[in-house]
Design a protein around this ligand. Structure first.
Ligand code: ZN
Ligand code: ZN
Ligand code: ZN
Ligand code: ZN
Length: 493
């Protein structure tokens, strides 16, 4: 039985991390450590106009009371929108018409800071206890262009235009912006669009590129934080603030720019990323070596071929540039609807960059991760019509992603659960195909089906901890049912 009021952590403080969380008892993989509710939730900066109730994109649809984007009557009356609705209606400040409703606008940037300020008024004790001590990196933020933009679009806007000067001063508004920038996390909204939320306890967890905890969002934006691996009492609870599969240069750049620190974790410090080769390039001058950074904790450091007889060298800046170019191509691919073209274009991109990147490089692995999910799921490539070669390809990609996850997010992560679910299918179909062709006996088939049964069991265990309405939670339930069906079918052999 799991207690919903679990609190298996203490807060500590030191020079390196500031405030951070440690386990206050020995934890097993999957143990619930604590739950948390958001102090405020709202749009991320630079969104296109979206409904302030449900966060789905809207076009020419405005709240009848305040004149800000709202999709309909239900969202107009929602608790999420009530606070700013009253402020805007009282001040008679309306959303300014936009020409392109799909283009990003800074107008909604003020919403989440305003919701923070309103929440502060509603719950001053929680603000004082949990939000007040949060890191804001004000001096570093002042150096960035975003500071001036926030001053105009958020501080001046709320204090002057929305006539909130009697309650809040501009320094407080900027502090709220800093708290959000440094401490908020992205979460999916019900419609699947990403928004940002501030969880006071989760925000204290320190970062590592090899985390030992994971957070899951439930109904009403409640968050559950679990151990992904066994954690000893007294050890730091470490959350990954970036995309786990991205390469060191990209992760460290993101952490420096948005979280204001240089990550020096073991993964960042190792040119091979703990042997995963997520950052490794192929040498174009020789066949023996690969190209690695000479100092991964310095983004400007040179990259060199590992072969002693090869002279090849390049700069960190040049590598960053290649990463950006190929990432832009992948972003285009990721915008495609699932279709045969989505498979074929990804295969073509893999071929195109085969000689540039290590086969397990982050960029190629991300394409392979997408293909692992597409094979078996789109027209012309449905699982029961895939030839064995393509079933093998799907299985190979799943295994490649899983091997990398073993190192960088060991234990029970969502991505592992989803990949195990994908992996069960090709293995099951290959075994069945061999049986139908008379190549293996019923006993051998039974034996071969133990592997997919185990993958389904593991996928169900991991994914059934997710919100039952989320894509992962639904996959977890399907995995559980498929496992029971597969076990039952073995009885009839
Ligand atoms: Zn809505
Ligand atoms: Zn309104
Ligand atoms: Zn790191
Ligand atoms: Zn070389």
């Amino acid at each position: 039985m799991e207690e919903s009021s679990a609190s298996h952590y203490d807060i500590q403080q030191d020079e390196k991390y500031g405030r951070y969380l440690v386990a206050n008892k020995d934890l097993e993989s999957g143990d619930l450590i604590f739950t948390d509710t958001p102090f405020a939730v709202g749009p991320k900066p630079g969104n296109p106009p979206l409904c302030l109730g449900c966060y789905n994109p809207v076009e020419n649809s405005l709240c009848s009371r305040c004149g800000w984007p709202i999709c309909g009557a239900e969202c107009e009356a929602s608790a999420a929108h009530a606070g700013e609705c009253e402020v805007f209606a009282n001040a008679k400040v309306r959303f300014q018409p936009v020409e392109d409703w799909t283009a990003s606008t800074p107008q909604l940037d003020c919403i989440t800071p305003l919701r923070m300020l309103l929440a502060k008024e509603k719950d001053p004790d929680r603000w004082h206890r949990d939000l007040e001590p949060m890191e804001t990196h004000t001096e570093a933020r002042k150096e960035k262009p975003a500071w001036a933009a926030d001053q105009v679009n958020i501080a001046d806007f709320l204090v002057d235009h929305c006539k909130l000067g009697s309650k809040y001063d501009k320094d407080l508004v900027q502090r709220v912006c800093g708290i959000l920038e440094v401490n908020s996390v992205e979460i999916p909204s019900r419609g699947g669009f990403s928004v940002r939320a501030i969880y006071p306890r989760l925000a204290i967890a320190a970062h590592s590129c090899v985390p030992n905890i994971v957070h899951t969002i439930f109904q009403e934006d409640m968050v559950k934080v679990r151990a992904t691996v066994p954690i000893k009492s007294g050890s730091a609870l470490l959350l990954c603030y970036t995309h786990a599969l991205s390469p060191t240069l990209v992760r460290r750049q993101y952490l420096l720019e948005s979280k204001f620190f240089n990550c020096t974790c073991a993964r960042c410090a190792d040119p091979t990323e703990l042997g995963t080769h997520l950052s490794t390039l192929k040498c174009t001058k020789c066949d023996n070596g690969v190209i690695l950074s000479t100092d991964p904790l310095d983004n400007e450091a040179q990259w060199k071929c590992t072969d002693k007889n090869c002279e090849f060298k390049t700069s960190g800046a040049a590598v960053s540039k290649i990463l950006a170019v190929v990432q832009a191509e992948i972003d285009q691919l990721d915008m495609m609807e699932p279709s045969p073209q989505a498979i074929e274009q990804r295969e073509a991109t893999l071929k195109k960059y085969k000689s540039v990147f290590h086969p397990r490089h982050s960029l190629l692995l991300n394409i392979k991760h997408a293909l692992a999910q597409l094979y078996g799921r789109v027209e012309g490539y449905s699982i029961d019509e895939l030839p064995d070669l393509m079933l093998e390809r799907k299985a190979e990609f799943c295994k490649l992603v899983l091997q990398t996850l073993d190192v960088i997010t060991p234990g029970d992560s969502r991505m592992r659960g989803m990949m195990l679910y994908e992996l069960h299918a090709p293995i099951m179909f290959m075994a069945r195909n061999e049986y139908s062709a008379g190549l293996i006996t019923p006993e051998k088939l039974k034996e071969r089906l133990q592997e997919p049964i185990q993958h389904l069991a593991d996928a169900a265990r991991i994914l059934m901890r997710e919100d039952p309405q989320s894509p992962e939670g639904i996959t977890g339930q399907i995995a559980q049912q498929s496992m029971e069906q597969l076990k039952a079918s073995l009885e009839c052999l």
